[in-house]
Design a protein around this ligand. Sequence first.
Ligand SMILES: [Zn+2]
Length: 424
Amino acid sequence: MSDFDNIAIEEALKSSLGRTAIFRRYDRENKTPMNFVLDEVQRQIGPGFGVYWVDGGHPEVFCLPGFSPIPVVFSTRYLSLTAFVRRLFVEESLKGVLPDVAERTALKVIAELSLRHGDPDVAVLALVKSITGKGIWISDDDQLMALEHEPIHENYMATWFYGLLHELGHLHPAQNSAFGEKHAFSDARILAAIAASLDRFPAYPDGMKRAAIEQARQSQENSILRIDHLRTEGLADMFAASVLFKSTFEIMKRVNQKQFEVIRYVQEIVVFSNIIAVIDRCRRTAALATLTGGTRAAAFESALHPVSMMVRGMMLREYLDRAVAEYLYSKPTTRQFEDVEQLIDKINGSFSETVDTIDSGVARAMAFSLFPEHRTNGLAALDAFRIELAESPLGGAEARRFCELADSLSISGKLLTALKGILS
Ligand SMILES: [Zn+2]
């Protein structure tokens, strides 16, 4: 790569991450689990990507297309936040408080992502709503040290790499290929999956379902159900799951601390595909939400997101069933294949209540962000926060970190100034 390319990439990264962001190209020479995984990625998609490590930043992993090699940005904020969200899915002790914790977490993610993709005033409202009246303080802060020292097993590998691998999956050459009609990723099969998923939402009016299917076919629409959008995401999910399967199995054999367990791997895939969905949902909400908002597009979006997740879930299952059956039986019989399907159904079932609870928390956070009638007046909300602040140093600390993120992105706004006034 020439110096010119380097400078161009650095400038693009600075404009996207903020002038004060600390980032570096990830050194591919060191023998680390990340390089072990990236070696496998390179075998599958070639060398046309470079991973950039960002300390802090927004909670996202993303590519900057248009450069060669394509920069893929991995932020420690994304890592800490997804590790935190994982706790919501797996920790028994959080069950009782899950609806509240899930809603507040989603509001905070929407707040942080609105600074990059959306309206800074909505960002402040979401942030303040996520902290005001909060009774349980579980830190979603930098967990890097703790995460680095976890033993290397299924959880470690998924926490560190699922999101990064999903993003790299967007660069897979299969993303540009045409799929024959019978293929699981053909237009016809995806459309059938959309229709089947919509059928599972009996409360949705027929007119809305027809409009959703119509939009799914239109490549210029920004619908969450657009066929080529679902195909792209489905392929990226499948790539993440497959590279994670291979590299987790192999690295655990080498490190030899614990035996690879396929059930634990499937559990992590179920959890992380849901985590990616939560973050996606928050990102799209951030991009749609405005102070006066409440548009038809926003209403459509919030109703159709669960449908899109169901379709993506179906696509990922095609891969998982086959991969697990082949791992366990090498050449599985029909009976063995059905056993595997049942096993994975059972694992999915074990998470379904938690997934539903988290989903409804996320849905409430979306409604708050998308529809003004779900919000009290912005200044009144800030006032409530100000009154509470005297007794809540933790809330102040969270709000200050949020303002620092806004500053690093050179973002200003009326409510942001008001929030800073309260904190000073
Ligand atoms: Zn994606």
